[in-house]
Design a protein around this ligand. Structure first.
Ligand SMILES: Nc1nc2c(c(=O)[nH]1)N[C@H]1C(S)=C(S)[C@@H](COP(=O)(O)OP(=O)(O)OC[C@H]3O[C@@H](n4cnc5c(=O)[nH]c(N)nc54)[C@H](O)[C@@H]3O)O[C@H]1N2
Ligand SMILES: Nc1nc2c(c(=O)[nH]1)N[C@H]1C(S)=C(S)[C@@H](COP(=O)(O)OP(=O)(O)OC[C@H]3O[C@@H](n4cnc5c(=O)[nH]c(N)nc54)[C@H](O)[C@@H]3O)O[C@H]1N2
Ligand SMILES: [Mo]
Length: 717
């Protein structure tokens, strides 16, 4: 009996259950997780999902979202066949067509736009899904377009860029060796459930946990020794204020600064502008707590800082605030030190397995250089550090047609709902695109605007390659047949490469051949990986570099040191008005316009995470939707009382860019003046409230977490 058969026997006693347990992975949330699954399959149907105990990383754990995979895969609104639009854009009227017909039309239309305008007028875009990206990215370049873009324009990338500016490398928390965990924007259980065990262990061995979050979450309740309930978007001022306290008390690591830090004297002068009383006024915090946070972080080392996936950078001052937090790490000598923040690499698709692949080469070697990418001239820092167009600038380029028109769009999981002023973006697409194709599992609001809609299958219906920590690579097998006529994206993308007859034999050879090329240095092939239904150990994988080895070789920054003063920012043309030092700016726009302040007195934090939602994907999964059936706008008790709003009252929420409707949820978990909503609902799309010009000039990111709004009780006529 094999190990697997033994497990099935142990789990399901009896002889002929007809149930098989098959391994796969959950691709619903961030690529940093993608937990291993045991899928119970009977008669070709998934009947139950559990965490897979031996899977690297997750080791049997699976969250509420992962548990809902069966509900997700069998959602009744799955797109069943390729579709051709027969109604107006957005109307949702389509007729089924065959895959061959769909791909023929797509190839013809893309070539038409290429001939009439240029290949660059075709934009290729991916939503949150990462697994097919190397193929899509390469197809974009093989076709001749510079415009490959993704949700990176709103997700972790700004963090990554800030890290590269300051440290020249990553800055992940090294919690296992830390004595202090500074949980900046740390929601833990909600968005980063896999990190909680490490923080809990630190606490159990006597370490200190500080959490800085406007919202009182279970992480605060269960883990925090010190909690700072900060006003949203004022983190940069807090960091500079803490820097001043650390310097004034001489808690700095002077030798380390001397050896490794660039711009310390300028920074020391800058923080003089942030005395404690001023910082208290900006952040809404009290002086003792700020002082204590600075003292613990600087004196109870090694200390590590949590950086949120995206929250810190969802403010128009976000990248500078992140760099202001970096400065604390630098002056206390906590970078590249065990228990501090440490550099890390990527093996494949955002995952570090301790080995190298040729992913970057695979996607970038064919990049054209004869045109500017969307957003290139607007966000120079973004452009220097990211090999993608800026999706946030798409709305402008569509509307203005400059520096050249965008005329066709190939979207995989495009969700206008996730970008600012979504309805305006969809209108700009409807009005200006000659052709729009979208592939998705579900008929989304955005897909209704497409000319051709393609049915994609889920991770449980396909095979995909994935890296895991500890030196593992996996190539999964489908657990069930693809539903209806849905297909794996990489299959149809490679078919499209053949139809377009791009000059790229590797892409035309198919996904597995591409994977083999990418992993050629690992000592493994796809055939080797496919022999196992579990991740396979990579022979060339090495243990992670010991902290302390990076700085000695010089940082990968312009000065070779940790740059509090960024030479890369200093090199940007003065017309952009960027500051090489991480100074603070108010997160709300038009702060000096009394009319605006009076009309929109609230600060909306749009897109907080909850355990049962993943962006837009799970709002329609019945089991999870039942946990929160209506889109809710959370409002503080005192504000609600003042405005005569009670729990579950219908409310109207407006900003300078739009109005939406939801129900009120009255809370004491954050301070007055703030509103919070989950994003991704079609019927209450909070991103219609996010002004599309309200952007961080360094990253180009929208101010999702600091948007001017007003709210009132809504009486239906
Ligand atoms: N207000 C606000 N807006 C935000 C954020 C916020 O915090 N606040 N967060 C931002 C962040 S961090 C992110 S990452 C983005 C996420 O934004 P999106 O990437 O738009 O988010 P999802 O809802 O996950 O949408 C992905 C789409 O891909 C589809 N899909 C899933 N699997 C596949 C597949 O295998 N193939 C294909 N073809 N399609 C698939 C899903 O059905 C869904 O429609 O949102 C950003 N927008
Ligand atoms: N359940 C669930 N998990 C997810 C996702 C999801 O949609 N659902 N999305 C995934 C993705 S794509 C991403 S990018 C990551 C995002 O990961 P994170 O950025 O960590 O996500 P959040 O939980 O939104 O934010 C963390 C905490 O920051 C707090 N916060 C909000 N505004 C501020 C502020 O101005 N200052 C401070 N100090 N704190 C603030 C929030 O209240 C929250 O508790 O999450 C990933 N995990
Ligand atoms: Mo994200």
């Amino acid at each position: 009996m094999t190990e697997l058969e033994k497990r099935i026997k142990a789990k399901i006693p009896g002889e002929d259950t007809g149930i098989e347990i098959k391994h796969s992975l959950c691709a619903i949330c961030s690529p940093a997780f993608h937990c291993g699954l045991d899928c119970y399959v009977k008669d070709g149907k998934i009947i139950k999902i559990e965490g897979s105990p031996d899977w690297p990383g997750s080791k049997g754990r699976v969250c509420t979202k992962g548990q809902s995979n069966r509900d997700y895969v069998y959602r009744p609104d799955r797109i069943q066949t390729p579709l051709k639009r027969v109604g107006a854009r957005g109307e949702g009227k389509f007729e089924p067509i065959s895959w061959d017909e769909a791909l023929t039309i797509i190839a013809e239309k893309l070539n038409e736009v290429k001939a009439k305008y240029s290949a660059h007028s075709v934009a290729f875009y991916s939503g949150h899904c990462k697994w097919y990206r190397p193929i899509l990215h390469r197809l974009c370049y093989s076709f001749g377009s510079v415009n490959f873009g993704t949700d990176d324009s709103t997700c972790f990338k700004a963090n990554d860029i800030a890290n590269k500016l300051t440290f020249g490398a990553g800055a992940g928390p090294n919690t296992p060796k830390a004595n202090t965990f500074l949980g900046w924007n740390y929601g833990g259980y909600y968005a980063k459930h896999m990190s909680v065990a490490g923080v809990r262990a630190l606490k159990e061995r006597g370490g200190k946990v500080i959490i800085i979050d406007p919202r009182h979450t279970p992480a605060v309740k269960n883990l925090a020794d010190l909690y700072l309930q900060i006003k949203p978007g004022t983190d940069g001022a807090l960091a500079l204020g803490m820097g001043k306290i650390i310097i004034d008390n001489n808690w700095i690591d002077a030798d380390y600064i001397e050896k490794y830090v660039h711009g310390y004297e300028q920074y020391k002068a800058l923080v003089q502008n942030y005395p404690l009383d001023k910082v208290c006024a900006i952040t809404g915090l009290n002086a003792d707590d700020i002082y204590e946070a600075a003292r613990i972080y600087a004196t109870n080392g090694p200390a590590t800082v949590n950086f949120s996936g995206c929250t810190q950078t969802h403010h128009i001052n976000g990248m500078q605030s992140t760099r202001a937090i970096h400065a604390l790490i630098a002056i206390t000598g906590n970078y590249d030190r065990p228990g501090g923040n440490v550099p890390g690499g990527v093996s494949y698709l955002h995952k570090n397995g301790g080995f190298t692949t040729r992913e970057k080469e695979f996607r970038e070697s064919l990049r054209p250089h004869d045109q500017l990418r969307i957003g290139e001239t607007r966000f120079p820092i973004w452009d220097e550090y990211c090999d993608e167009f800026h999706a946030v600038d798409l709305i402008r380029q569509l509307e203005e047609g400059t520096p050249y028109p965008v005329k066709a769009f190939v979207g995989l999981g495009l969700n206008a709902k996730m970008l600012p002023e979504s309805d305006r973006l969809l209108k700009a697409m409807a009005d200006n695109l000659d052709f729009f194709v979208d592939a998705d599992l579900f008929m989304t609001h955005s897909a209704k605007y497409a000319d051709i809609v393609l049915p994609a299958c889920s991770s449980l219906e396909r095979g995909e390659m994935k890296a895991y920590e500890g030196g593992f690579l996996a190539y999964t097998s489908p657990v069930i047949e693809p539903q209806f006529e849905s297909r794996s994206d990489v299959e149809w993308l490679c078919d499209l490469a053949r139809k377009l007859d791009v000059d790229d034999e590797l892409l035309k050879a198919g996904y597995e051949a591409c994977c083999d090329w990418i992993i050629q240095d690992t000592g493994l092939t796809v055939a080797d990986l496919k022999k196992s239904d579990m991740p396979v150990k990579v022979p060339t994988a090495k243990p992670a570099n010991k902290p302390g080895t990076y700085l000695a070789g010089g940082c990968k920054t312009r000065s070779g040191k940790i740059e509090i003063y960024s030479e890369a920012i200093a090199a940007v043309d003065a017309k952009y008005g960027l500051n090489p030092l991480p100074d603070y700016q108010d997160p709300l726009y038009d702060q000096n316009d009394p009319e605006m302040v009076e009309k929109y007195p609230f600060n909306m934090v749009a897109g907080v995470r909850l355990p049962h939602t993943q962006h837009s994907r799970l709002h329609e999964a019945p089991w999870l939707r039942s946990l929160r059936p209506d889109p809710l706008c959370e409002i503080n008790v005192e504000d609600a009382k003042r405005l005569g709003i009670q729990e579950n009252d219908p409310v109207e929420i407006s900003s300078p860019s739009g109005t939406i409707y939801a129900k009120a949820k009255v809370t004491h978990k954050f301070q007055p003046g703030t509103l919070m909503m989950i994003h991704g609902y079609t019927e209450a799309n909070v991103n219609n409230l996010i002004v599309s010009t309200h952007l961080d000039p360094y990253s180009g990111y929208p101010g999702f977490k600091s948007a001017r709004c007003t709210i009132r009780k809504y009486e239906e006529a």
